[in-house]
Ligand binder design. Structure first.
Ligand SMILES: Nc1nc2c(c(=O)[nH]1)N=C([C@H](O)[C@H](O)COP(=O)(O)OP(=O)(O)OP(=O)(O)O)CN2
Length: 168
């Protein structure tokens, strides 16, 4: 049986139990409608497309297991607020962070809040955040022969958003 020729594209699926984070958020639907603050135990999965590199394997996926778990830890046990929402203004004042929405000035302790450069605290924006962080080191992606990554974020069983990014 011939070995898989170098250059074949394979998909590595990473969906480990420890790829998870607990966080509070609220989805903003428009300038006047949002959810109440609530939380989830979010789970993360990643499909990484890559070229075979010889020796019967592609890149060592352990590298990205560790990276995804580390990124989950960055989001764990925070109230996540989006800094790029068109409907929310963030005001930092001393030990507080105020989220200004539709005339409401919602107070948080700075020590409880993680400000993320996303448009909304949604599954699809969390997935995009993971993709941007995983795609930061383009040299490494090239060396690993990685051509695309899809990240899928779950807010609970049966509810997720997947987002894909190609890399040249
Ligand atoms: N396009 C999106 N729409 C919605 C999102 C989102 O991320 N992207 N998020 C929400 C809510 O935040 C989320 O659905 C709230 O959780 P909810 O489904 O109410 O609660 P559970 O996860 O416990 O699911 P149940 O169906 O209640 O069991 C809404 N829209």
């Amino acid at each position: 049986m011939s070995a898989a020729p170098m250059g074949d594209v394979v998909t590595i699926r990473l969906a480990k139990e420890n790829m998870k984070f607990s966080a509070a958020h609220f989805t903003i639907f428009n300038a006047t409608e949002r959810e109440r603050l609530h939380g989830h135990n979010f789970r993360v999965e990643a499909d990484i497309e890559a070229r075979m590199l010889g020796n019967g394997m592609c890149f060592d996926y352990g590298i990205y297991k560790d990276r995804i778990v580390a990124l989950c830890r960055e989001l764990n046990e925070w109230t996540i607020l989006p800094t790029r929402s068109p409907h929310l203004r963030i005001e930092e004042a001393g030990e507080h962070v105020y989220a200004q929405f539709d005339g409401q000035r919602i107070p948080f302790l700075r020590g409880d809040v993680l400000l993320l450069p996303i448009e909304n605290a949604t599954l699809e924006e969390f997935a995009h955040w993971f993709l941007l962080r995983l795609g930061e080191d383009r040299e490494a992606l090239r060396a690993h022969g990685i051509t695309a990554i899809e990240v899928r974020v779950f807010s609970g069983p049966g509810q997720s958003a997947g987002r894909r990014m190609g890399f040249d």
